[in-house]
Design a protein around this ligand. Structure first.
Ligand SMILES: Cc1cc2nc3c(=O)[nH]c(=O)nc-3n(C[C@H](O)[C@H](O)[C@H](O)COP(=O)(O)OP(=O)(O)OC[C@H]3O[C@@H](n4cnc5c(N)ncnc54)[C@H](O)[C@@H]3O)c2cc1C
Length: 443
């Protein structure tokens, strides 16, 4: 365990226990503490100013944060997620890019992934964080795990260097929770050199900013047939149109309607084999759900932090709000939900540290679904109370309630994508039922 000094934050519950220096069974490496400090500074220096600009405009207005993220290895680690295999680190190093905070590729794991998501989300801006890494995190996964070496060499260096942006295009107007229902068609041309792609993708994070679309397409069968789905990397070009969607949450990150109209895609852009597209999509679901739970957890903590700070300043009926037992009671309920969520997140992160992705998908898939659903529910409770505690300021853009007002608008963009709450509560139970012995079986 690295020696860390106990620190006293200015606001109670504003930090997870390990950050205040309390002993932890998970955050045991010096690199965890180094990355946390680095990511906090990066959030303060790059993301907070970016959030102010992008949230005001409702869209990303410049390339400043993205270029900085490329230089500082942020794009690299978000594209790779929970491990940094040496071959990908070498690919990035050839362009002068190393991991953040001087972490070695062999050291990086899902604990570092949690730390960087947690710290970056202190800015409470989906435009800044998801605008930067939403498409990349989910869109690069199939290339990292399933593309051929030739495809990786062709696409990844530019993605790590921020020269090309990527997103994941699965959902369609008639295929959301039920992915197998998708109908965007990819038909081989007579010459056999191309797929001709036609169809629409809806709510695609970062779509308007992207050069590459990691796209689930139908190469055979009808809507509903899970076996006829394949994965194609579609470059922006003739026949690809993107339109920014107006959203209650997630708009600033570039939520997009993507239209493919007779798009000619070289057959070399098929990722994996024809017909195994859904397997590739599902492979990354656990990680996607964990990152959404990390975001909801930090957002909930931000709500708690900003409401306690306000309650200690604001005087109503001749005393500070925090002196009212009813206010402390409300804060007590918020805090118990946030701390319990923190403990569950840390425990799943720890389990996954010791499992391969395949084992993790099998053994923690149901838990991840439940955790993601739970994190959204906690955030809704905590944010609701935070808005009340701030009174009018909780509804006001800018000033004391800035982050809380934003989180209130954004929180459904955490509970619907990545598996809607009802779908995941059901999935979580079904998955756990599969893992136990049939009832009545002998021990
Ligand atoms: C901000 C945002 C960003 C997104 N980013 C992306 C992206 O980058 N790429 C991408 O491909 N997609 C993206 N999506 C799409 C997202 O994955 C879908 O919205 C989601 O899967 C739900 O699909 P749907 O909207 O079609 O809802 P539907 O599938 O129509 O479901 C509507 C509701 O019905 C209920 N329901 C559905 N099925 C069941 C069931 N089996 N059991 C119980 N209840 C059920 C649930 O309450 C659900 O919320 C994004 C969406 C949003 C809002």
């Amino acid at each position: 365990m690295p020696t860390t000094k106990l620190t006293r934050p200015t606001v109670p519950f504003s930090e997870a226990a390990w950050i205040t220096g309390l002993p932890s069974s998970i955050f045991t490496e010096e690199s965890h503490y180094r990355l946390r400090e680095w990511a906090r500074k990066w959030c303060d220096d790059v993301l907070m100013p970016a959030a102010a600009k992008y949230e005001e405009a409702g869209i990303i207005t410049d390339n400043d944060a993205y270029s900085q993220a490329a230089k500082d290895g942020v794009l690299l680690v978000f594209a790779l997620g929970v491990r940094v295999p040496q071959k990908f680190a070498d690919m990035a190093k050839a362009q002068g890019i190393e991991l953040p905070a001087g972490i070695k590729p062999s050291e990086w794991n899902n604990i570092h992934d949690y730390i960087i998501w947690d710290e970056f989300n202190r800015c409470a801006s989906s435009a800044a964080v998801m605008g930067l890494v939403g498409g990349l995190t989910y869109g690069a996964g199939p290339i990292i795990h399933f593309a051929s070496e030739e495809q990786r060499q062709k696409w990844l260096p530019d993605i790590f260097a921020g020269k090309k942006r990527i997103c994941l295009a699965i959902t369609e107007p008639l295929a959301g929770s039920n992915v197998a229902n998708l109908s965007t068609s990819a038909v081989k041309s007579d010459c056999g050199k191309y797929y001709i792609v036609n169809g629409n993708k809806k709510w695609i994070t970062n779509g308007i900013y992207s050069d590459y679309f990691t796209t689930a397409v139908r190469t055979s069968g009808k809507a509903g047939d899970a076996h006829g789905i394949s994965m194609l990397l579609i470059p922006r070009g003739e026949g690809v149109t993107t339109k920014h969607m107006k959203m209650m949450g997630g708009g600033g990150s570039g939520t997009t309607l993507v239209e493919f109209d007779d798009v000619k895609v070289p057959v070399e852009n098929l990722i994996g084999k024809e017909g195994e597209g859904l397997r590739l999509v599902f492979y990354n679901f656990n990680h996607e759900r964990m990152t959404i739970a990390f975001t909801a957890l930090r957002y909930a903590r931000v709500c708690l932090e900003d409401s306690i700070a306000h309650a200690r300043r604001r005087e109503v009926f001749g005393q500070k709000l925090i002196e009212q037992p009813v206010v402390r009671h409300k804060i007590g309920h918020m805090a118990r939900e946030v701390e319990a969520l923190q403990a569950w997140v840390e425990s799943v992160v720890y389990s996954q540290l010791h499992l391969s992705t395949e084992q993790s998908n099998l053994l923690t898939g149901g838990t991840c679904g439940l955790l993601k659903a739970h994190a959204g529910i906690v955030l809704e409770h905590v944010c609701r109370d935070a808005v009340h505690l701030l009174g009018g300021m909780g509804l006001t853009k800018g000033g004391t309630g800035d982050r809380i007002e934003r989180i209130w608008r954004e929180l459904k963009a955490l509970t619907v994508p990545g598996g809607s709450e009802d779908v995941l509560l059901d999935l979580g139970v079904r998955q756990q039922l599969k893992l136990v012995k049939p009832q009545g079986a002998k021990m």
